[in-house]
Design a protein around this ligand. Structure first.
Ligand code: PNW
Length: 502
């Protein structure tokens, strides 16, 4: 039911030339060079190496595509192809190997060159400060001490590169320190975000991690707004998906609302009154820490636009016993979300074509994205001025699972997903009048996919992990052609200079 069909209004629809688009990635997932040039160990280095078995194929991010060494080639190709934006993340332990101690000059020099090279290739950076690359010797995001460490790192990076970076994201998907499925069933305490592999997780850790993440974002954003007024924009990347009721029963609609509040409402006080959503406060009661009035003032207004990594859509169903009963009982297994979601429709069929087998959460549901943008900007957070889809993407089978390279390069399921997704973004903008101002495809080439390692391929380029060669897939040309037809930002040509001003 969420699969795209052709829409006559697409014929004439087009994008303005300030519509931001490009490709996204994250440091640990593409850089490799894990032990090189003074970088400290991050939680993912530790997890992949020490908690053997955590990553399903036992692979690590030690090498991946060696973007750390090959960024010049990567940017030259993006420039040739006419991609106007690239959204990488920087690795905190490359700047501060021990989180908060001495600065690593080799890391600084590296990112100086990365920014300079992007600029000279005419590519605008949209930089994420924290995409789960974190040195951790204490409780990470469950310890309030990290707020100042993050602030220190963020201040350094933003001060150094702000002249070249129009978009800053403090955090990638803070929802990940929180999401229920990372911590249940009990015993699965290998959450990626706060280095839970050595901390006993559970609800109190989720609550602490969310709390300090929100405060750290707000602190950085406030400083940025004061220091660099009018230069660029700052926000964080949400993770969230579209929900529709499995039926129109009050209980199922309540499950939709609970899903939205516990995923998006938890973190987005910046668009409301600086506080947690009333539903969260009511459900968690005294388990939830309070923000002081000064903190609420800091949080409110700390986001310049709404960014969301939105990949797919689900049907929401009330949990057994009912959401209200669950919310009143903190020992209920589904507490505090008290909602469940499914990617199967009532007839038992998936809502859309499914992705690679390890990505059980990912279905191609492009109509969902159109509706989701409407829900976020009109119902949930009406004060949002504009929304950027900071990641979308689709996984396909890997070599070995599907041995023919030609089938990997001729990635028809991904191409179909891209077409439907982009069309529905355009419809949301032109027909529904949602102010969507940008979109980033995940990812530049086949990356290290966290717990799925090398078994899941999201790239718009195939990566030959032996030769390091990148080969464009059909979906990349599909996206480029789509923007050629529909408009959006264009690449300005090469020749900029990012060293003079520093
Ligand atoms: C994003 N979901 O995570 C991350 O930002 C990337 O690092 C990652 O590689 C990419 O998506 C693909 O997985 C998500 O369950 C993980 O809806 C899971 C979900 C959404 C985003």
């Amino acid at each position: 039911p969420l699969v795209a069909s052709s829409d006559p209004s697409l014929e004439s629809a087009s994008l303005p030339n300030d519509f931001v688009w490009g490709i996204a990635a994250s440091s640990y997932q593409i850089e490799g060079a894990a032990k090189d040039e003074g970088k400290g160990p991050s939680i993912w280095d530790l997890l992949a190496h020490r908690n053997y078995g955590s990553v399903s194929d036992n692979s690590t991010g030690d090498i991946v595509g060696s973007h750390y060494w090959l960024y010049k080639q990567d940017f030259a190709r993006l420039a040739k192809l006419g991609v106007p934006y690239f959204s990488p993340s920087f690795s905190w332990p490359r700047f501060f190997p021990f989180g908060n101690g001495p600065l690593n000059q080799e890391g600084v020099k590296h990112y100086d060159d990365v920014i300079a090279n992007m600029v000279s290739n005419g590519i605008k950076p949209a930089v994420t400060l924290f995409h789960w690359a974190l040195f951790n010797s204490y409780g990470a995001w469950t310890d309030p001490k990290i707020i100042d460490d993050f602030f220190n790192y963020a201040k350094f990076v933003i001060t150094r590169y702000d002249a070249y970076v129009p978009i800053w994201y403090t955090f990638n998907e803070p929802q990940y320190c929180n999401w229920q499925y990372q911590y249940y069933p009990a015993g699965n305490n290998k959450g990626i975000y706060p280095a839970y592999h050595n901390i006993t997780g559970g609800l109190s850790a989720r609550i602490a991690c969310s709390h300090y993440t929100i405060l750290a974002h707000a602190k950085v954003a406030k400083w940025y707004h004061e220091e660099f007024k009018g230069r660029g924009r700052i926000t964080f990347k949400n993770s969230g998906n579209y929900y529709e009721g499995n039926s129109t029963s009050t209980e199922d609609l309540d499950a939709v609302a609970r899903n939205y509040e516990f995923v998006l409402g938890w973190f987005n006080g910046c668009w409301r009154d600086g506080d947690y959503s009333p539903m969260i406060k009511e459900t968690l009661g005294s388990l939830l820490p309070n923000f002081t009035q000064a903190e609420k003032d800091l949080i409110k207004g700390s986001c310049d636009f709404f960014a969301i990594d939105a990949y797919t859509g689900y049907l929401a169903t009330a949990v057994s016993g009912g959401s209200a009963a669950c919310a009143a009982n903190s020992s209920h297994p589904a507490f505090p979300e008290c909602a469940s979601s499914s990617s199967l429709a009532a007839d038992g069929f998936p809502l859309g074509p499914s992705a690679d087998n390890e990505m059980s959460w990912l279905y191609s549901t492009p109509v969902g994205i159109r509706r989701f943008l409407n829900v976020i900007t009109k119902d949930l957070f009406p004060t949002v001025p504009d929304i950027v889809v900071s990641e979308f993407g689709f996984a396909e089978p890997f070599e070995g699972q599907q041995t023919k390279l030609e089938n990997i390069l001729w990635d028809l399921r991904r191409s179909d997903y891209y077409q439907g997704f982009l069309d529905n973004i355009l419809l949301a903008k032109t027909v529904d009048r949602v102010n969507v101002t940008g979109i980033f495809a995940w990812s530049i080439f086949d990356n290290f996919e966290w717990f799925s390692g090398n078994q899941v391929k999201f790239g718009v380029q195939y990566l030959n992990a032996t030769s390091m060669e990148r080969v464009p897939k059909a979906s990349l040309f599909q996206m480029l052609n789509w923007f050629k037809t529909k408009g959006g930002a264009t690449h300005p040509g090469v020749g900029g200079n990012a060293t003079a001003a520093r």
